[in-house]
Design a protein around this ligand. Structure first.
Ligand SMILES: [Zn+2]
Length: 128
């Protein structure tokens, strides 16, 4: 597959700063060099310094689950680095256990780490 620089550039301009920081640090190994250049230029344009990037890298590596290739394990629910992983049941209609699966959660999606007042999940039918 051809690397579509124009599409990537558009994506990068619209991406959250946090996502770009994750990609140039803990996901760096898996990135195209041309995409990394674009992301670093975009971060520079947004006023993010090299020190800010180094701080983000250090903080993420303190909590992230690192894979043998040096990149971080991704959350099963978003693109942030996972901070916990384990097994749970994949449930039919969210109720009937079908099979065990491995899951990984970032700080936002880890129910144990998430403060009860910081719930942004409006679709969660269970009262906290
Ligand atoms: Zn997540």
């Amino acid at each position: 597959m051809k690397f579509d620089l124009k599409r990537v550039a558009t994506y990068i301009r619209r991406a959250d700063t946090e996502e770009l920081l994750d990609r140039v640090t803990v996901y760096r190994e898996g990135m195209e060099p041309a995409a990394l250049d674009l992301m670093e230029m975009e971060l520079d344009r947004r006023g993010v310094t090299r020190d800010d990037i180094a701080d983000h890298d250090r903080l993420r590596r303190e909590t992230a689950i690192l894979l043998p290739d040096g990149t971080a394990l991704r959350c099963s629910f978003c693109n942030r680095p996972a901070v916990v992983h384990g097994r749970s049941w994949h449930k039919l209609f969210g109720r009937i256990p079908l099979f065990p699966r491995v899951f990984a959660s970032c700080a936002v999606h880890d129910r144990r780490a998430r403060p009860p007042t910081n719930s942004h999940d409006q679709n969660d039918p269970l009262p906290s």
